[in-house]
Design a protein around this ligand. Structure first.
Ligand code: SF4
Length: 365
Protein backbone atom coordinates (compact mmCIF):
# COMPACT_ATOMS: atom_id res chain seq x y z
CA UNK A 1 0.00 0.00 0.00
CA UNK A 2 1.24 3.48 -0.86
CA UNK A 3 1.40 5.59 2.29
CA UNK A 4 3.69 8.37 1.10
CA UNK A 5 2.81 10.70 -1.75
CA UNK A 6 5.35 13.12 -3.26
CA UNK A 7 4.31 15.99 -5.55
CA UNK A 8 7.00 17.73 -7.56
CA UNK A 9 6.47 21.44 -8.21
CA UNK A 10 9.02 22.41 -10.86
CA UNK A 11 8.75 26.21 -10.85
CA UNK A 12 11.63 28.47 -9.77
CA UNK A 13 12.22 32.19 -10.01
CA UNK A 14 15.95 31.66 -10.67
CA UNK A 15 18.28 28.73 -11.18
CA UNK A 16 20.67 28.46 -8.24
CA UNK A 17 24.26 27.69 -9.24
CA UNK A 18 24.48 24.46 -7.21
CA UNK A 19 21.06 23.02 -8.00
CA UNK A 20 20.57 19.81 -9.98
CA UNK A 21 16.84 19.42 -9.31
CA UNK A 22 14.48 19.57 -12.25
CA UNK A 23 13.01 23.06 -12.23
CA UNK A 24 12.13 25.73 -14.75
CA UNK A 25 12.38 29.49 -14.52
CA UNK A 26 10.14 29.83 -17.54
CA UNK A 27 7.77 26.90 -17.56
CA UNK A 28 5.38 26.45 -20.48
CA UNK A 29 2.45 25.93 -18.09
CA UNK A 30 0.80 28.06 -15.45
CA UNK A 31 0.48 26.85 -11.87
CA UNK A 32 -3.13 25.77 -12.04
CA UNK A 33 -2.64 23.88 -15.30
CA UNK A 34 0.30 22.03 -13.77
CA UNK A 35 -1.64 21.10 -10.61
CA UNK A 36 -4.43 19.80 -12.84
CA UNK A 37 -1.89 17.56 -14.54
CA UNK A 38 -0.83 16.18 -11.16
CA UNK A 39 -4.46 15.27 -10.45
CA UNK A 40 -4.81 13.62 -13.85
CA UNK A 41 -1.58 11.72 -13.33
CA UNK A 42 -2.84 10.47 -9.98
CA UNK A 43 -5.92 9.10 -11.71
CA UNK A 44 -3.63 6.92 -13.86
CA UNK A 45 -2.71 5.05 -10.65
CA UNK A 46 -6.27 4.20 -9.66
CA UNK A 47 -5.39 0.47 -9.64
CA UNK A 48 -3.00 1.05 -6.75
CA UNK A 49 -4.06 1.23 -3.17
CA UNK A 50 -3.11 4.77 -2.15
CA UNK A 51 -3.85 5.78 1.42
CA UNK A 52 -1.33 8.49 2.25
CA UNK A 53 -0.08 9.15 5.75
CA UNK A 54 2.34 11.77 4.44
CA UNK A 55 2.32 14.25 1.58
CA UNK A 56 5.35 16.19 0.47
CA UNK A 57 5.34 19.11 -1.97
CA UNK A 58 8.95 19.48 -3.10
CA UNK A 59 10.63 21.29 -5.88
CA UNK A 60 11.46 23.44 -7.47
CA UNK A 61 9.83 26.10 -5.38
CA UNK A 62 6.36 25.05 -4.19
CA UNK A 63 5.94 28.45 -2.49
CA UNK A 64 5.71 30.14 -5.89
CA UNK A 65 2.17 28.76 -5.86
CA UNK A 66 -0.16 30.75 -3.68
CA UNK A 67 -1.98 29.12 -0.71
CA UNK A 68 -5.39 29.74 -2.32
CA UNK A 69 -4.42 27.39 -5.14
CA UNK A 70 -3.25 24.75 -2.68
CA UNK A 71 -6.63 25.04 -0.93
CA UNK A 72 -8.30 24.24 -4.26
CA UNK A 73 -5.81 21.45 -4.95
CA UNK A 74 -6.44 19.74 -1.60
CA UNK A 75 -10.16 19.84 -2.26
CA UNK A 76 -9.65 18.17 -5.63
CA UNK A 77 -7.15 15.68 -4.21
CA UNK A 78 -9.61 14.61 -1.52
CA UNK A 79 -12.18 13.80 -4.23
CA UNK A 80 -9.71 11.27 -5.63
CA UNK A 81 -8.02 9.73 -2.59
CA UNK A 82 -8.79 9.39 1.09
CA UNK A 83 -6.73 12.01 2.93
CA UNK A 84 -8.11 11.23 6.37
CA UNK A 85 -4.95 9.31 7.36
CA UNK A 86 -2.53 12.11 6.46
CA UNK A 87 -0.51 12.99 9.55
CA UNK A 88 2.18 15.07 7.91
CA UNK A 89 1.83 17.33 4.88
CA UNK A 90 4.99 19.27 4.07
CA UNK A 91 5.59 22.16 1.72
CA UNK A 92 8.98 23.57 0.76
CA UNK A 93 9.18 27.35 0.98
CA UNK A 94 11.69 29.89 -0.24
CA UNK A 95 12.15 32.90 2.07
CA UNK A 96 11.24 35.46 -0.58
CA UNK A 97 7.75 34.10 -1.27
CA UNK A 98 5.29 33.92 1.64
CA UNK A 99 4.05 36.68 3.95
CA UNK A 100 2.50 36.19 7.38
CA UNK A 101 -0.91 36.30 5.71
CA UNK A 102 0.12 33.62 3.20
CA UNK A 103 1.24 31.35 6.04
CA UNK A 104 -2.09 31.88 7.80
CA UNK A 105 -3.94 30.86 4.65
CA UNK A 106 -1.61 27.91 4.16
CA UNK A 107 -2.47 26.62 7.65
CA UNK A 108 -6.07 26.19 6.49
CA UNK A 109 -5.20 24.12 3.43
CA UNK A 110 -4.04 20.94 5.17
CA UNK A 111 -0.31 21.68 5.14
CA UNK A 112 1.05 21.17 8.67
CA UNK A 113 4.81 21.17 8.14
CA UNK A 114 6.93 23.76 6.34
CA UNK A 115 10.49 23.36 5.17
CA UNK A 116 12.12 26.72 4.65
CA UNK A 117 15.13 27.09 2.35
CA UNK A 118 17.15 29.42 4.56
CA UNK A 119 20.43 27.98 3.17
CA UNK A 120 22.69 30.31 5.14
CA UNK A 121 22.39 32.66 8.09
CA UNK A 122 25.31 34.80 6.91
CA UNK A 123 24.93 37.36 4.13
CA UNK A 124 28.32 36.25 2.76
CA UNK A 125 27.04 32.68 2.73
CA UNK A 126 23.90 33.60 0.80
CA UNK A 127 25.99 35.50 -1.76
CA UNK A 128 28.47 32.62 -2.05
CA UNK A 129 25.52 30.31 -2.75
CA UNK A 130 24.03 32.68 -5.29
CA UNK A 131 20.82 33.19 -3.30
CA UNK A 132 18.87 36.40 -3.63
CA UNK A 133 17.14 36.61 -0.23
CA UNK A 134 18.70 38.20 2.84
CA UNK A 135 19.31 36.75 6.29
CA UNK A 136 16.75 39.21 7.70
CA UNK A 137 14.12 37.98 5.26
CA UNK A 138 14.91 34.32 6.00
CA UNK A 139 14.58 34.89 9.75
CA UNK A 140 11.32 36.82 9.27
CA UNK A 141 9.94 33.98 7.15
CA UNK A 142 10.65 31.39 9.85
CA UNK A 143 9.10 33.68 12.46
CA UNK A 144 6.06 34.35 10.29
CA UNK A 145 5.48 30.63 9.80
CA UNK A 146 5.64 30.17 13.56
CA UNK A 147 3.42 33.16 14.25
CA UNK A 148 0.84 31.81 11.82
CA UNK A 149 0.64 28.64 13.91
CA UNK A 150 3.08 26.22 12.27
CA UNK A 151 4.75 24.18 14.95
CA UNK A 152 6.57 21.72 12.72
CA UNK A 153 9.17 23.89 10.97
CA UNK A 154 12.31 22.71 9.24
CA UNK A 155 15.05 24.90 7.86
CA UNK A 156 17.59 23.83 5.25
CA UNK A 157 21.17 25.02 5.61
CA UNK A 158 24.09 24.39 3.30
CA UNK A 159 27.64 24.10 4.58
CA UNK A 160 31.01 23.86 2.87
CA UNK A 161 30.56 26.85 0.57
CA UNK A 162 33.49 28.85 -0.74
CA UNK A 163 35.36 30.66 2.03
CA UNK A 164 33.31 29.23 4.93
CA UNK A 165 35.19 28.37 8.13
CA UNK A 166 34.17 26.06 10.97
CA UNK A 167 33.80 29.11 13.24
CA UNK A 168 31.37 30.71 10.77
CA UNK A 169 29.33 27.52 10.54
CA UNK A 170 29.18 27.46 14.33
CA UNK A 171 27.80 31.02 14.36
CA UNK A 172 25.18 30.09 11.76
CA UNK A 173 24.05 27.04 13.71
CA UNK A 174 23.87 28.99 16.96
CA UNK A 175 21.71 31.53 15.19
CA UNK A 176 19.55 28.76 13.74
CA UNK A 177 18.98 27.33 17.20
CA UNK A 178 17.49 30.65 18.32
CA UNK A 179 14.74 30.22 15.72
CA UNK A 180 11.46 28.42 16.48
CA UNK A 181 12.42 25.29 14.56
CA UNK A 182 11.93 21.61 15.28
CA UNK A 183 14.02 20.16 12.48
CA UNK A 184 17.18 21.14 10.66
CA UNK A 185 18.57 19.73 7.42
CA UNK A 186 22.24 20.44 6.90
CA UNK A 187 23.51 19.63 3.43
CA UNK A 188 27.09 19.60 2.23
CA UNK A 189 27.51 21.77 -0.86
CA UNK A 190 28.31 19.43 -3.73
CA UNK A 191 29.33 20.80 -7.13
CA UNK A 192 27.21 18.41 -9.19
CA UNK A 193 27.95 17.91 -12.88
CA UNK A 194 25.84 20.08 -15.16
CA UNK A 195 25.38 22.82 -12.62
CA UNK A 196 27.04 26.21 -12.73
CA UNK A 197 29.13 25.32 -9.67
CA UNK A 198 30.04 21.96 -11.22
CA UNK A 199 31.46 23.71 -14.29
CA UNK A 200 33.35 26.28 -12.22
CA UNK A 201 34.75 23.58 -9.94
CA UNK A 202 35.98 21.50 -12.88
CA UNK A 203 37.87 24.52 -14.18
CA UNK A 204 39.37 25.27 -10.77
CA UNK A 205 37.35 28.50 -10.46
CA UNK A 206 35.42 27.45 -7.37
CA UNK A 207 37.53 26.81 -4.29
CA UNK A 208 35.70 24.75 -1.70
CA UNK A 209 36.95 23.99 1.83
CA UNK A 210 39.41 21.06 2.11
CA UNK A 211 38.23 17.57 3.07
CA UNK A 212 39.72 18.05 6.53
CA UNK A 213 37.83 21.33 7.03
CA UNK A 214 34.61 19.67 5.89
CA UNK A 215 35.16 16.81 8.34
CA UNK A 216 35.77 19.34 11.14
CA UNK A 217 32.62 21.27 10.21
CA UNK A 218 30.48 18.13 10.13
CA UNK A 219 31.84 16.98 13.48
CA UNK A 220 31.22 20.41 14.99
CA UNK A 221 27.68 20.60 13.59
CA UNK A 222 26.76 17.15 14.91
CA UNK A 223 28.14 17.96 18.37
CA UNK A 224 26.42 21.32 18.54
CA UNK A 225 23.02 20.18 17.28
CA UNK A 226 22.98 17.01 19.35
CA UNK A 227 23.99 19.10 22.36
CA UNK A 228 20.89 21.22 21.74
CA UNK A 229 18.66 18.14 21.76
CA UNK A 230 18.42 17.61 18.00
CA UNK A 231 18.65 13.89 17.28
CA UNK A 232 20.91 13.10 14.30
CA UNK A 233 18.61 10.60 12.63
CA UNK A 234 19.88 10.74 9.06
CA UNK A 235 23.14 11.79 7.38
CA UNK A 236 21.92 15.38 6.85
CA UNK A 237 18.94 15.58 9.18
CA UNK A 238 18.45 16.53 12.82
CA UNK A 239 15.19 16.76 14.73
CA UNK A 240 13.77 17.38 18.16
CA UNK A 241 11.91 14.43 19.62
CA UNK A 242 8.72 13.68 17.74
CA UNK A 243 9.63 15.82 14.73
CA UNK A 244 11.53 13.48 12.42
CA UNK A 245 10.19 13.82 8.90
CA UNK A 246 7.94 10.80 8.50
CA UNK A 247 7.72 11.25 4.74
CA UNK A 248 11.46 11.01 4.26
CA UNK A 249 11.65 8.18 6.78
CA UNK A 250 9.28 6.27 4.50
CA UNK A 251 11.88 6.57 1.68
CA UNK A 252 14.71 5.53 3.94
CA UNK A 253 12.75 2.62 5.38
CA UNK A 254 12.17 1.24 1.88
CA UNK A 255 8.42 1.75 2.11
CA UNK A 256 6.37 2.20 -1.03
CA UNK A 257 5.82 5.74 -2.25
CA UNK A 258 4.30 7.39 -5.28
CA UNK A 259 5.81 10.50 -6.84
CA UNK A 260 3.75 12.69 -9.16
CA UNK A 261 5.00 15.40 -11.46
CA UNK A 262 7.80 15.95 -13.90
CA UNK A 263 10.96 14.02 -12.89
CA UNK A 264 9.29 12.46 -9.82
CA UNK A 265 10.42 9.00 -8.66
CA UNK A 266 8.32 6.20 -7.18
CA UNK A 267 8.91 2.84 -5.54
CA UNK A 268 6.04 0.40 -5.67
CA UNK A 269 5.93 -3.41 -5.81
CA UNK A 270 9.74 -3.57 -5.80
CA UNK A 271 9.91 -1.40 -8.92
CA UNK A 272 11.66 1.97 -8.97
CA UNK A 273 10.31 4.17 -11.70
CA UNK A 274 10.90 7.76 -12.67
CA UNK A 275 8.99 10.27 -14.74
CA UNK A 276 10.40 12.15 -17.70
CA UNK A 277 12.38 15.31 -16.91
CA UNK A 278 10.91 17.02 -19.98
CA UNK A 279 7.94 19.12 -18.89
CA UNK A 280 6.34 19.29 -22.36
CA UNK A 281 6.56 15.54 -22.76
CA UNK A 282 5.23 15.10 -19.23
CA UNK A 283 2.19 17.27 -20.03
CA UNK A 284 1.56 15.55 -23.36
CA UNK A 285 1.69 12.04 -21.92
CA UNK A 286 -0.59 12.85 -19.00
CA UNK A 287 -3.10 14.56 -21.29
CA UNK A 288 -3.07 11.47 -23.52
CA UNK A 289 -3.89 9.37 -20.46
CA UNK A 290 -0.47 7.68 -20.38
CA UNK A 291 1.89 7.40 -17.44
CA UNK A 292 4.82 9.78 -18.04
CA UNK A 293 7.30 7.15 -16.85
CA UNK A 294 10.65 7.08 -18.60
CA UNK A 295 12.86 4.95 -16.35
CA UNK A 296 11.96 1.70 -14.68
CA UNK A 297 13.96 -0.83 -12.74
CA UNK A 298 12.57 -4.05 -11.29
CA UNK A 299 14.56 -4.86 -8.18
CA UNK A 300 15.22 -8.45 -7.23
CA UNK A 301 17.78 -10.43 -5.25
CA UNK A 302 21.07 -8.61 -4.77
CA UNK A 303 19.81 -5.43 -6.46
CA UNK A 304 16.90 -5.25 -4.05
CA UNK A 305 19.24 -5.83 -1.10
CA UNK A 306 21.62 -3.11 -2.26
CA UNK A 307 18.73 -0.71 -2.87
CA UNK A 308 17.56 -1.30 0.69
CA UNK A 309 21.06 -0.76 2.11
CA UNK A 310 21.53 2.33 -0.06
CA UNK A 311 18.49 3.98 1.52
CA UNK A 312 18.39 2.51 5.03
CA UNK A 313 22.06 3.14 5.77
CA UNK A 314 21.41 6.85 5.57
CA UNK A 315 19.62 6.60 8.90
CA UNK A 316 20.99 6.26 12.40
CA UNK A 317 18.76 3.20 12.79
CA UNK A 318 20.90 1.33 10.28
CA UNK A 319 20.17 -2.21 9.12
CA UNK A 320 20.08 -5.69 10.65
CA UNK A 321 23.65 -6.78 11.30
CA UNK A 322 23.33 -10.06 9.42
CA UNK A 323 22.82 -8.19 6.12
CA UNK A 324 26.37 -6.88 6.34
CA UNK A 325 28.15 -10.11 7.16
CA UNK A 326 31.44 -10.99 5.44
CA UNK A 327 32.53 -7.55 4.22
CA UNK A 328 36.17 -6.51 3.93
CA UNK A 329 37.30 -5.82 7.55
CA UNK A 330 38.25 -2.15 6.87
CA UNK A 331 34.63 -1.35 5.93
CA UNK A 332 33.46 -2.08 9.47
CA UNK A 333 35.45 0.94 10.66
CA UNK A 334 32.63 3.08 9.26
CA UNK A 335 29.95 1.35 11.33
CA UNK A 336 28.79 1.08 14.89
CA UNK A 337 26.63 -1.64 16.39
CA UNK A 338 23.38 -0.90 18.19
CA UNK A 339 21.14 -3.69 19.44
CA UNK A 340 21.70 -6.18 16.64
CA UNK A 341 21.87 -3.52 13.95
CA UNK A 342 24.73 -1.80 12.19
CA UNK A 343 24.56 1.92 11.48
CA UNK A 344 27.11 4.27 10.01
CA UNK A 345 29.16 6.10 12.60
CA UNK A 346 29.82 9.82 12.15
CA UNK A 347 32.81 9.25 9.87
CA UNK A 348 30.78 6.75 7.89
CA UNK A 349 27.96 9.26 7.49
CA UNK A 350 30.36 11.91 6.28
CA UNK A 351 31.89 9.49 3.78
CA UNK A 352 28.63 7.76 2.92
CA UNK A 353 29.14 7.92 -0.85
CA UNK A 354 32.47 6.15 -0.60
CA UNK A 355 31.08 3.55 1.82
CA UNK A 356 28.10 2.84 -0.44
CA UNK A 357 30.36 2.48 -3.46
CA UNK A 358 32.50 -0.08 -1.66
CA UNK A 359 29.38 -1.88 -0.47
CA UNK A 360 28.02 -1.93 -3.98
CA UNK A 361 31.18 -3.61 -5.27
CA UNK A 362 31.08 -6.12 -2.40
CA UNK A 363 27.41 -6.99 -2.93
CA UNK A 364 26.80 -6.70 -6.64
CA UNK A 365 30.12 -7.75 -8.19
S1 SF4 B 1 17.89 25.28 -5.17
FE1 SF4 B 1 15.68 25.40 -4.99
S2 SF4 B 1 15.18 27.51 -5.62
FE2 SF4 B 1 17.25 27.11 -6.34
S3 SF4 B 1 16.96 26.38 -8.44
FE3 SF4 B 1 17.03 24.58 -7.12
S4 SF4 B 1 14.94 24.11 -6.67
FE4 SF4 B 1 14.99 26.24 -7.44
Amino acid sequence: MVKALYLHIPFCSQKCPYCDFVSFVEAPLDHRAYLELLLRELELYRDFEILPESLYFGGGTPSLIKPELYAWFFKELSKRIDLSHVEEASLEINPEDYSLEDFSKLRDTGINRVSIGVQSLREEGLRALGRKHTVKRAVETVENAHRAGFENINIDLIFGYEGQTAEELKEELERALELPIKHLSLYLLTPYEDTQFGHLYERGLLKLPSEDSIADMYELACELLEGAGFYHYEVSNFALEGFQCRHNLAYWSHEEFLGLGVSAWSFINKVRFGNTRNIRLYARKVLEGKKPVEYEEVLEGKELLYDYLFTALRTSRGVPKELLRGLEPELYEFFEEKGGRLALNRRGMLLINEVLLRLKKAILL
